[in-house]
Design a protein around this ligand. Structure first.
Ligand SMILES: [Zn+2]
Length: 332
């Protein structure tokens, strides 16, 4: 199938299916720290969430903190912001936890509260679990859990009646190169997990242009979704400027087999963005970039039908719809 450059996107992908979540803060219940004799849940109206997971607790002791999140009901393959708000008189010492299958990285926000991004995996079904341990200034620790309800994403899937063609099989050398590329990308995620938060509430699109390939789109064969498109394709002509989405440090500048010329930026606290198929890279590893710093030029390198930007956002190694980054980072 021929594609004009204006429709350019990654190879073998159906188009569109963009989802955006927005909403309000919800409140979750509490569960006791293992070993704690009594649990607290003095929160309203989030009992429904806690109850839904069977984790509802009694409400006899004032809660040391609230666990809330936004948006209230996120969509598959997006970012959520979880907030721990200490009760008056409580000082949070440390907060750690897991959510959406990834380690969470909390940072301080207003009023002594802590926040972390949480990825909702694209294939999350029904809900995403968050488990947080917090320690107050006295050293006593509490566990908080929440089950965040998840809406299905509106992805476009191409149904195949016959086995999908695999294209020309990768040569041994190319298969090895692909494995190396993937290992390098995982290493960027590890670096981002180990560095503190660099991103700011100033966040921009890497290109202000039309979406030509949606996040999460895939193909269905024998009832199974395969070949998910785990980035967002943005329209562009060769030479158009691509900018960093928010502050970070350039973690990798390379030429990948499928993604062509790439730039990966680590934004710290587990967050990574990637910019693929570039005709030219304008930054070097170690460069600090801000929201809007030019990092490369649109191109058609790698496996593409024409020039465009494939934009990737990951929390840990979980890819999310890059569009959900904007409200997650900027939203207050
Ligand atoms: Zn793409």
């Amino acid at each position: 199938m021929m594609e004009t450059p204006r429709r350019a996107r990654c190879v073998s992908r159906p188009r569109l299916g963009v989802v955006l979540a927005g909403g309000v803060i919800a409140v979750a219940g509490f569960v006791p720290t293992p070993g704690a004799s009594r649990a607290t849940n003095n929160l309203d109206p989030a009992d429904r969430t806690a109850s839904a997971t069977g984790s509802r607790a009694s409400d006899t002791i004032p809660a040391p903190a609230q666990l809330t999140w936004r948006p209230e009901q996120p969509t598959q393959g997006t970012l959520v912001v979880v907030r721990i708000t200490p009760a008056p008189g409580t000082v949070l010492n440390t907060v750690s936890g897991r959510g959406g299958g990834e380690d969470l990285h909390f940072y301080a926000v207003d009023g002594g509260a802590m926040e972390s991004l949480v990825p909702v995996p694209v294939d999350a079904s029904g809900s995403v679990q968050v488990a947080v341990t917090l320690q107050d200034a006295s050293g006593s620790s509490r566990a908080l859990e929440a089950s965040i309800p998840v809406d299905p994403g509106s992805f476009h899937h191409e149904k195949l009646e016959v086995a999908p063609e695999l294209g020309s099989p990768l040569s041994k050398a190319n298969a090895a190169r692909l494995a190396r590329d993937q290992a390098k990308a995982r290493e960027v995620s590890r670096e981002a997990e180990q560095s503190s938060r660099l991103w700011t509430h100033r966040v921009v699109l890497p290109r202000k242009s039309r979406v030509t390939g949606g996040f999460g789109d895939g193909r269905i064969f024998n009832g199974q979704v395969s070949s998910r498109h785990l980035g967002l394709d943005l329209n562009g002509a060769v030479g158009d400027t691509v900018v960093a989405t928010t502050r970070g440090v350039v973690a990798l500048v390379d030429r990948f087999l499928l993604a062509g010329n790439i730039v990966y930026v680590s934004h710290g606290a587990g967050l990574v963005s990637g910019y693929f198929h570039l005709s030219k890279q304008l930054v070097a590893v170690g460069d600090t970039v801000e929201a809007g710093t030019p990092i490369g030029l649109v191109g058609a390198t790698g496996r593409v039908t024409g020039p465009h930007l494939h934009w990737v956002v990951r929390y840990g190694t979980t890819s999310v719809n890059p569009e959900s980054l904007i409200p997650a980072l900027a939203g207050r």
